[in-house]
Design a protein around this ligand. Structure first.
Ligand code: BMA
Length: 830
């Protein structure tokens, strides 16, 4: 097959305009306008507001290209577009060759009759989606959440990234453009249409691979398919067979298989499967897929609490630890592979083993799933439906979705990371989306079922029978759709903290089987806020700070919880930092409880890992990639071995737990230290723990501090916990008997010794004279990465932090810029 790449330099103009600017493909209109100097940064202040016209305008992308006689001689030539955003009309040499209306589909058009030898032109006109979705809403209104706030009405009527029209963490920048690669493909007798690789793990020490290849072929053609399996370049097996009636099925065996495991459970070994289509021994088409050998299922069986909801890999149930993933940029074509890798590696570094690709964004690029295969991050994959009623009553819509889902399942099914297909986000949960046929604004339950109980699961069954399907997140399989957060079965979205304004303690009352969403917001750090504000905006109630806060209750909720836990910060910057500590504290509260609840609870995915622009949000990594306090804390609370505590401040009793995700039992010790807030040691002990059970929670001991409480009061005591394995600390934790705002804290007198360690990196050894809570080093004005932040320090402890500034700093500059802060700095007067 010959491939003529059409990516690269194009031009774009308004449909009714004459001015032409340079454009990049893949890309989108906003970034093209930005690069041409026609608009200012959409993420700066409220620029978004004055740029709404972009999404309301029709745009024409065009370029010319030269075709050689030899290319044109092929019997078939198609224009293959991996993705068009969204209402596209494609013209070649002035002749319309086709239309597209679904951002999530790949499109192909026969272009042989339209091409000529020499120069050709291609134009793709993108009509604004706004008139269409507005008209559709006028014809039959369908409810969607967030309308009237930060979501353009009607987006549920079009198959396009739903959050592209705004969300409660994202801007309203309705994009248009050629968002994925496109090329001309020329072939003669046959080409590969799809490959489907299934695995048989039933035999000892070998894995059988069944490779079904569907081929698009001319009737008279005589083609063979050859399958080669490679293990790090070494051939493991090779088999060949004749293609008949467009299909061929080939079996291969991998002996002594190296299995693929999620992060933390083992290696992520990958094999290459190459499929070659041959005719008279010439390779006429080929494809390569990377696979991992493993079984990965959602196990639901009746148990003492109801029904289990746990993922099982290679026969081992595991606790799913992770977060929800949203598109990593409002302009998704901006996301370079390095940025994907940074985010996925950050998830793995925080001991996550699962991300949920949430249904309001996009089916991600191949590279995203390849990286998840590589880092051992299992994927809970939603189909792209979220928080809206959808027109499942419309046959054309359903036909469109059918092709979208088939293409997506076929594209992604070979990835070892893919754990689950899920129908939608929160359609069963949110009131007013699904209902009776005569109710206005809703989709009927029959229409809902046609889409999420029939169409999508049937496609999964047909195209990816080894994977499980789950209709909605959250969903409880009780037969009663409105019972969506039942603690006995299914997954749950627990939003009583935040949306319901319940205190963090509420989490400890929840015993759900799998928590696929719960979250708490924070602000990005001061440097990020500076990037989108002017000095006069730097107050969280300013117009611009509220512009970069999309939750209707956002800043109020942050402040309410902050005042409940912490002293009111004295500066704007400290308020931003403290919001991050607060968020981390809330999530820690939840996750530690749910990890202790295993095996009843077998997963927690917090809302949300990442951001799509600089904004206050539930993310643990901000838009430019800084780990917020939550992400550092997640690395602790998701650690394979976790020490945690349930404290009863009234009576001074502390239950100490060791939660293990290890596959084998182990033993260790708990070292606890009780100090006063000045750092004086009041009591201390090390307790052996002969059995820390594998994949379970172990209550290690109950510590009693009633006497100390009486003597020192609950505002002056700090309990420090360490879990030791072979005399090495593998997990630390920290307990107070009062809220941090009422603790009697002293200036810790933080000190840092700095040394340069080559390549512009520095190690700072941080120590304190008195206990320091949530210590964070910072280089104001310099973007940098930090190996540790937001940790607690006892006086005799030294924590070494590796700091990598993005731009070179001399030792002297580094020392002058470095600041060390902890909780007391947030409220000390300035
Ligand atoms: C959830 C999500 C998103 C939303 C988040 C925060 O329920 O599914 O729709 O962004 O809550 O409100």
């Amino acid at each position: 097959m010959k491939y003529f790449d059409l990516c690269g330099s194009w031009t774009v103009r308004q449909k009714n305009g004459t001015e032409t600017i340079a454009a990049t493909v893949p890309g989108c209109i906003h970034t093209d306008l930005l690069h041409a100097g026609k608009i200012d940064d959409p993420y700066y202040r409220d620029n978004e507001d004055s740029q709404m016209w972009i999404g309301e305008t029709d745009w024409i992308y065009s370029r010319s290209f030269t075709v050689a006689q030899a290319f044109l001689a092929a019997s078939h030539i198609v224009l293959h577009c991996d993705g068009l955003d969204t209402l596209a009309t494609i013209t070649i040499n002035g002749k319309e060759i086709g239309k597209a209306d679904n951002q999530f589909r790949a499109w192909e058009f026969d272009v042989k009759p339209s091409l000529r030898v020499g120069e050709n032109t291609i134009e793709i006109c993108f009509d604004s989606t706004i008139p269409l979705i507005t008209r559709k809403q006028e014809e039959r209104y369908l409810n969607l959440t967030g309308v009237g706030h930060h979501r353009i009405d009607g987006s549920n009527y079009i198959r396009k990234s739903q959050c592209n029209y705004g969300w409660d963490w994202g801007p309203m920048c309705a994009t248009a453009g050629i968002w994925r690669p496109l090329a001309l493909l020329a072939y003669d007798t046959a080409r590969i249409d799809a490959t489907h690789i299934t695995q048989d793990h039933t035999k000892e020490n070998l894995v059988g691979l069944h490779i079904a290849v569907s081929v698009e072929q001319e009737k008279t053609s005589d083609v063979m398919a050859r399958v080669i399996v490679l293990d790090e370049g070494t051939q493991v097996c090779q088999t060949e067979a004749v293609v008949k009636d467009g299909v061929v099925e080939i079996d291969c065996t991998v002996e002594d298989p190296e299995l693929w495991w999620p992060n933390g459970m083992g290696e992520q070994h990958l094999y290459d499967v190459r499929v070659e289509l041959t005719e008279n021994n010439d390779v006429i088409d080929d494809t390569k897929k990377q696979i991992g050998l493993r079984t990965l299922v959602l196990d639901r069986h009746e148990d003492e609490w109801g029904e289990s909801f746990q993922f099982v890999v290679n026969g081992k149930p595991f606790f799913a630890k992770g977060a929800n993933w949203i598109p990593a940029d409002t302009f998704v074509t901006n996301i370079a592979e390095e940025r994907y890798e940074y985010l996925i590696k950050s998830a793995a570094d925080a001991h996550m083993n699962m991300l949920r690709v949430w249904g309001g964004g996009i089916y991600e690029d191949d590279v995203f799933y390849e990286l998840c295969d590589h880092y051992g991050i299992c994927i809970w994959q939603d189909f792209m439906f979220a928080c809206s009623a959808y027109p499942a009553f419309d046959e054309d819509y359903m036909a469109n979705v059918t092709i979208e889902a088939e293409q997506t399942v076929k594209r992604l099914r070979h990835h070892p990371c893919l754990a689950l297909w899920c129908g939608n986000n929160e359609l069963e949960q949110i009131d007013g989306l699904v209902g009776a046929p005569d109710e206005t604004g809703v989709m009927s339950w029959n229409d809902y079922k046609a889409l999420f109980d029939v169409l999508l699961p049937d496609i999964v069954k047909r195209c990816d029978p080894e994977r499980d399907y789950w209709p909605s997140s959250p969903h409880s399989p009780t037969g009663e759709r409105t019972d969506w957060n039942n603690p006995k079965w299914g997954d749950a979205h627990l939003w009583q903290v935040w949306h319901g304004r319940q205190p963090f303690e509420w989490y400890r009352t929840c015993e759900h089987r799998f928590n696929s969403e719960f979250g708490f917001q924070s602000f990005p750090e001061p440097e990020v806020v500076k990037s989108y504000t002017l000095p006069e905006d730097r107050n969280i109630t300013s117009y611009i700070m509220e512009w970069h806060q999309r939750s209707q209750i956002g800043n109020d909720a942050i402040m309410q919880y902050m005042l409940s836990w912490f002293k009111l910060p004295t500066t704007f910057d400290h308020l931003l930092w403290l919001s991050q500590v607060l968020q981390g504290l809330g999530m820690k509260y939840a996750v530690e409880h749910w990890r202790r609840s295993m095996p009843r609870g077998m997963g927690t995915l917090y809302w949300q890992l990442n951001d799509c622009w600089p904004v206050a949000s539930w993310s643990s990594i901000d838009y430019p990639g800084n780990w917020k306090a939550l992400h550092y804390m997640a690395r602790d609370f998701f650690a394979p071995l976790l020490v945690s505590a349930i404290e009863d401040p009234r009576v001074g009793i502390v239950e100490v737990h060791a939660t293990s995700d290890l596959l084998e039992d182990t033993s260790g010790a708990i070292h606890w230290m009780l100090t006063d807030t000045g750092g004086n040691m009041l009591a201390e002990n090390t307790l052996g723990c002969s059995k820390i059970a594998a994949s379970a929670d172990t209550k290690v001991c109950e510590l009693k501090f009633a006497d100390h409480l009486q003597e020192y009061g609950n505002r002056c005591l700090l309990l420090w916990l360490e879990l030791l394995l072979d005399n090495k600390v593998v997990s630390r934790n920290f307990v107070t008997f009062n809220r941090p705002k009422h603790l009697v804290l002293h200036d810790p007198e933080l000190a840092g010794e700095v040394r340069e360690v080559g390549k512009g990196d520095f190690i700072v050894s941080i120590s304190a004279q008195r206990p320091a809570l949530w210590v964070w080093p910072d280089l104001p004005g310099v973007h940098a990465s930090y190996s540790e932040r937001f940790f607690h320090l006892r006086p005799e402890q030294v924590v070494e932090v590796l700091i990598h500034p993005e731009h070179h700093l001399s030792l002297d500059e580094f020392k002058k810029t470095l600041t060390l802060s902890s909780l007391v700095d947030t409220f000390q007067s300035v």
